[in-house]
Design a protein around this ligand. Structure first.
Ligand SMILES: [Zn+2]
Length: 457
């Protein structure tokens, strides 16, 4: 990337990505863009009526200005809906609060906020069959442009299917003034696409989830550039934050293109989902999505590093030879899931997901042979994709996001057990399944915690 006008570079890349998206029609990232929200709105919607949806903080920092700018452009602006809820997070009761307000009008919701407000507005708008747009206030996660909203329901964080916003407008003055820890969280969520890409490479080889090459390129082509300046994130540097914002928005657009979150999430996200579902808190609050994903990113990068430094074709041959002996029946797995997750809450979900990825010994042997035959090439591909674990840890740390489990209140012992539980959480094939399928769990994962291992104290 040149150091010229980075907003033009960003706009050109986003414009190109938009042609692949069904829901999102326009994205603007720049300075003082909030002042032009009226024109942006008019281009996107036929209805000349808007309602701003925000929380108390985001209304103060941007929502009020958005409402004023819309009104100044001749758009009818209804009384804003402002959540006044302490320690607010996206949960169904807050959807239930917003829904009647949106149902009694035909105004277009204009979300002003980041993850929580956007998810609530995205899902509630879909419930009343209405398109919406969002003015992003922090580069804190990649959900602005993704379809689906992550909302807690029945004490479980779940993704509810709903369209992405029709438009996203980000004023970099607002993002630069956002709390550092929010942008640091977004940085961790973005750099996670490095090991997530490696996971997609192995799933692609298996054929369970083939790579969508257009979506792959939207995320991976510029990823190293987007995360090249972690100190810039820590300093609040405008260019570093603009690239971060672009990367996060692009990740969502890639999900729209591929119609799967595979483009943006692998095993590292399963650590985060696990801790979400365990309702993990540290110092009285749940660590942000990006903070959990960042620790998961170091965790899976460390595992990959050990694998690439250890495995040879002979490892796969040995696994094939032992496949019948090591085979675990579905009943054994079911019993283990019960031990791990109990019979309530997550149990039914993990049982369903694990059943989907359960294979008989013959299929397992076929898969192991696929990996073995591709090994020299696959090993090189993964090495090119990944970053050394210590390096990715240092980069995340420089951006001021947590890079050790203790920083989010997770002990090493719990992290070690979390690798195990994260593997069972979801069907999506990744490095944890791979390690498991080779019968290499203790040699790879447990060894990370022994003297000389990456997580040794
Ligand atoms: Zn994420």
């Amino acid at each position: 990337m040149s150091s010229g006008n980075y907003y033009e570079e960003t706009a050109a890349r986003l414009e190109k990505a938009l042609q692949y998206c069904d829901d999102t029609k326009a994205v603007v990232v720049g300075d003082k863009t909030l002042d032009a929200v009226g024109d942006f709105f008019k281009k996107l919607f036929d209805v000349g009526k808007a309602v701003v949806v925000a929380d108390k903080t985001t209304f103060e920092i941007a929502g009020k200005r958005v409402a004023d700018a819309l009104a100044a452009a001749g758009i009818e602006v209804e009384t804003p809906y402002v959540y006044d809820v302490p320690h607010m997070h996206a949960e169904m009761s807050l959807v239930d609060m917003l829904k009647p307000r949106l149902a009694q009008t035909d105004a277009i919701p204009v979300a002003v906020g980041s993850g929580t407000v956007n998810d609530l507005c995205k899902y509630t708008s879909s419930l009343v069959n209405r398109p919406y747009m969002v003015c992003g206030t922090a580069a804190s996660m990649d959900g602005y442009t993704s379809f689906g909203a992550s909302i807690e329901y029945n004490e479980c964080k779940q993704t509810f299917s709903c369209p992405a916003p029709r438009g996203v407008l980000v004023d970099m003055d607002v993002v630069c003034a956002a709390p550092l820890k929010m942008n640091a969280a977004g940085f961790a969520d973005l750099i996670a696409k490095i090991p997530a890409g490696a996971d997609w490479i192995i799933a692609d080889l298996l054929g369970t989830e083939p790579i969508d090459h257009v979506a792959w390129r939207l995320v991976q082509d510029s990823l190293r550039d987007w995360v090249a300046d972690p100190e810039g994130i820590a300093r609040g540097d405008r260019k570093a934050l603009a690239f971060l914002t672009e990367g996060l928005i692009m990740s969502g657009l890639a999900m729209q293109k591929a119609k799967t979150s595979r483009t943006a999430s692998g095993a590292e996200h399963q650590f985060s989902h696990l801790w979400d579902n365990q309702r993990h808190t540290y110092n009285g609050e749940a660590p942000s999505h990006g903070f959990k994903v960042g620790v998961g990113t170091v965790a899976t990068s460390a595992l990959y590093e050990r694998i690439l430094g250890t495995w040879t074709e002979a490892t796969f041959d040995a696994a094939i030879a032992n496949a019948d002996v090591n085979f675990r029946s579905w009943e054994t797995i079911e019993k283990e899931l019960e031990d791990h997750f109990g019979t309530t809450g997550l149990y039914e979900t993990v049982k369903r997901e694990c059943r989907k990825k359960y294979v008989e010994p013959d299929e397992l042997k076929r898969r192991l042979a696929l990996f073995r035959d591709a090994w020299p090439e696959l090993k090189k591909k993964l090495a090119d994709q990944l970053m050394p674990a210590a390096e990715i840890q240092s980069v995340i740390h420089k951006a001021t996001a947590p890079s050790t489990p203790e920083e989010i209140g997770i002990t090493r012992e719990r992290l070690q057990y979390s690798y195990r539980l994260a593997q069972q959480l979801r069907y999506r094939y990744n490095v944890l399944d791979w390690t498991h399928d080779l019968g290499q769990w203790s040699a790879m994962v447990d060894a990370l915690f022994l003297p000389g291992g990456f997580w040794a104290k």
